[in-house]
Design a protein around this ligand. Sequence first.
Ligand SMILES: *[C@@H]1O[C@H](CO)[C@@H](O)[C@H](O)[C@H]1NC(C)=O
Length: 373
Amino acid sequence: MMLWIMRISGFFSAATVMVVLSPSLQSFPPAEAIRSSNLDGYLRFPAGTHASGARDSFSFRQAPPFRNAEECGGLGDDSTVCDPSLVHIAITLDVDYLRGSIAAVHSILQHALCPENVFFHFLVSDTSLETLVRSAFPRLRFKVYYFDPERVRGLISSSVRQALEQPLNYARNYLADMLEPCVRRVIYLDSDLVVVDDVAKLWRTSLGSRTVGAPEYCHANFTKYFTERFWSDPRLAGTFAGRRPCYFNTGVMVIDLVRWRRFGYTRRIVRWMEVQKGGASAGWGGRIYELGSLPPFLLVFAGHVAPIEHRWNQHGLGGDNVKGSCRDLHPGPVSLLHWSGSGKPWVRLDSNRPCPLDALWAPYDLYGPASSL
Ligand SMILES: *[C@@H]1O[C@H](CO)[C@@H](O)[C@H](O)[C@H]1NC(C)=O
């Protein structure tokens, strides 16, 4: 552990990361970590990759097989998505973030005590990506769901960063409709993160009577997530009356789908997106927020979220939305590292200008042909 941290990251505070990460990273195989940190053999994404041209040039190495520990109990080969012992995880797959999604899956399998009990629900707008997932994880339990971009086309509002305007970013709002009714709970995860702890612990979190669980950040200045317009119109700002709203990040959420369906939250979120789009023409006086898919979730759930330990979303590692500067970990233990913000570890590693903590993402990267090992 000590050895590989030192070797892959001579220039960052190894001591800090050691103290913070060592409890949750003990199962990390040191040999693989060292090997993967040698980036010379890695392919680059063609600049400005998009759609089918890029897809043809992707290739992923096959991940090693992951098997349940004995105490997991058996899950028959004939078990279906409705098996109650499954842990359900939803992630989007798209060409630009595919490398991140594959690394996220890899990290989850590697740290799970019962990896064969994890069922992945992949949301795609390009169904050909299924083949790539299968090539990286031959035995993975998963299902691919087609998310029609047209579903949200008229609802997306321009934002501070173009990546936030991708239709698939909005797919998380439709999970309750898309997944089978027998799936009662799901963990939604962004594509720019790795899990370094057993995801079953997050799965078992109690939500009490809440519908959504996520780490809350009550010291963040909540005001800034909405425009002055919003705050100055009592019909709008009044939505937070009687709540103590706190910021939470929608990249890691535990969702009770039964309650979500019962209370029709998809519709409530869509209604806020309509207010944002309707703007002046609808008599609401313009934009009510500047970010992408996040603010409607804050409007509906902030103050009503089941608080989850902060270790499950060490967010912001991508840096700020404008400059993409390097960020440090927040104090405390780490179970999930999240490169939210504009900088992505695969881009920075490929350009030989990584941030120190990007070295913690690299071991999960499966991108590149088998011969690059
Ligand atoms: C919070 O942000 C708003 C809007 O940017 C600003 O006007 C206000 O002064 C901030 N409050 C604090 C306590 O920093």
